[in-house]
Every structure is written in C-alpha cells, then in structure tokens.
Ligand binder design. Structure first.
Ligand SMILES: [Zn+2]
Ligand SMILES: [Zn+2]
Length: 293
C-alpha cells in the first residue's frame, strides 16, 4: 500500500532481532511466501539477490515481486526471475503513477506472454496521497481491470482512502471474473466482506502487527482460512519488532506470527495455509517457485 514516490528508506541492512524462542519457531515455519514486495534499487542498493538470499535464510520459500509502474519496471522485475527460481512477478501501473504511465497500459500486454508474470498489479486508487489526478486514477484502474480480464490473470489491488470507490469500480468492471488480492489490507470488516464476495483474498502486511490496528486485527481473526495471505510490501511498513526500519521479505515471518497468534494457530500452520492460498491464487508458477508445485 504505502509505496510512496521518493520516500526515504533507512539505508542499511537489518539483522533480524528475535528472542531465541521466536527464532526456533521461525525456523520451523518453512513454508512462507512473501506475496507482495518491492525490490527496487533505490531502496536496496545492494541488489535484489542479496535481499532474496536473506529471505531464503529466514525460511521464505518464494516472493511475488511487484513490477510497477510500466514496461521498464516489469522487465526489470523479470530480470530477477531470469536469475532465480524463487520469484514470480506482477506487472501494472500503480495509482501513484497513473498520470505518468497510464497511457501505456497496452504496452504491458506483451510481458504477460511469460507465465512468471502472475498478476496485473498493483493497481487501484489512492486518494490519500493523490499523486495522480483522481480521474486519471479511475481511468487507469478501469483499463487495468479490462487488461486482467483479457489476459485471465488475477488483480493485485491497492486501495487507500478510496474503499467504497475501489469496490464499486471492481464491481462495475467485472473484476469478479478474475478475482485477485487486496494487498496490504488496511480497511474494516465491511470492506473485507465486500472484497471477499467479489472473489478477492486479503493479504496482511506489517500493519497487522501494530497495536493500534484493531479493525485489521478483527478481520485477521475472522477472515476465512482459505482467503488470507501475508506480505511485507517492502521496503515500507516493517512489522513489529522492526517497525521503522527498512522492510524486506525476510521479515514476513513476524507478520505471519502475529496473524497466527490472532487466530490461535501455530506459525507453522499459518505458514502452510497462507502459502497454499497464495499458490492457489497466483497459480502453478508460484507453487513451482516455492517448491510446493
Ligand atoms: Zn500498495
Ligand atoms: Zn506495493
């Protein structure tokens, strides 16, 4: 969600700080997938492979890398797939970038010839930052839904301060036909119910670890077990106890642990569950990347 243009990120690598107990439990959580991360050079000058190697060391089996915005970003993300088998990607135009890249959505179509491009996204509406004019955001969102339907790929949705309109546009444009994921879920139960009805799963980010995120905790407890995913949305929104640091896929274990605690499940069970859900949603290439296909 909070992908914000030009935002400063803490620049240094962070070593996981866990109690011995947490470490032991995390080591057994060998089924995690980070279902949404950004690995751009701006945030990770050491390069994506170093970041992904740390994720592997933290039991993250695969990552869905978000290739936004436009063709060059998608191709850069695909380059990572060419070097590694534990990554799949998405391609789309982020609502922040709708004014800049919205005219070229059709150009994206060709990267979807590669089945490692598993979803159209992240796309949607962001009326909090309003980096692009709302009219343009709406148009690009509509075109993105049409693209997903044409390509028969799921959608990865970004929605901030635009809950009602996000749902309305998804309904109007027939997004139900392909479904997808509400990434970085940060709304309430009413929104969650509408999104689930439309065929969208809920992906929890580090926000769910924050103490004041009560409506999100409620949804994490209540959401159907076959409709939940976990993500980092790196490099932003590091989960507790790493809040405020640069976020990276290795940290998804903390988010998974919090969701597991909220649901009264073991971390291992939650990890296996969310991995199965992510693979069902994003398809066999992700399962293959995670070594479970
Ligand atoms: Zn987002
Ligand atoms: Zn994102």
């Amino acid at each position: 969600m909070p992908y914000s243009r030009g935002a400063a990120c803490g620049g240094r690598a962070v070593v996981l700080e866990r109690s011995p107990l947490r470490s032991a439990r995390a080591i057994r959580a060998s089924m995690l997938i980070d279902s949404h991360c950004h690995l751009e050079h701006r945030a990770f000058p050491e390069g994506p492979d170093a970041v992904l190697d740390r994720a592997r060391a933290a039991d993250v089996r695969a990552c869905v890398v978000v290739g936004v915005s436009g063709l060059a970003a998608a191709e850069a993300a695909l380059e990572i797939c060419n070097r590694r088998s534990d990554v799949v990607i998405t391609a789309g135009v982020h609502p922040h970038d709708a004014a800049e890249f919205g005219g070229a959505i059709g150009d994206l179509e060709r990267v979807f010839g590669d089945d490692r491009v598993v979803a159209v996204g992240e796309v949607g509406l962001d009326f909090h930052y309003d980096y692009s004019p709302r009219e343009i955001q709406r148009r690009v969102f509509r075109e993105s839904i049409a693209l997903a339907r044409r390509l028969r790929r799921p959608l990865v949705i970004h929605s901030r301060a635009a809950a009602d309109e996000t749902i309305e546009l998804l309904e109007q444009e027939g997004a139900r036909e392909v479904g997808g994921v509400i990434h970085c879920f940060s709304e309430d139960r009413a929104f969650a119910e509408r999104a689930l009805d439309l065929g969208f799963d809920l992906s929890f980010s580090g926000i769910v670890t924050f103490k004041n995120a009560r409506p999100i905790h409620e949804v994490a407890v209540w959401a159907p077990r076959d409709r939940i995913l976990v993500e980092t949305d790196s490099p932003y929104l590091a989960p507790l106890p790493l809040r405020g640091k640069r976020c990276e896929p290795a940290y998804v274990v903390h988010t998974a642990q919090r969701v597991a605690d909220l649901r009264g499940m073991s971390l291992e069970e939650l990890a296996a569950l969310t991995t199965a859900n992510a693979c069902r949603r994003f398809g066999p290439r992700l399962a293959q990347a995670a070594g479970v296909g």
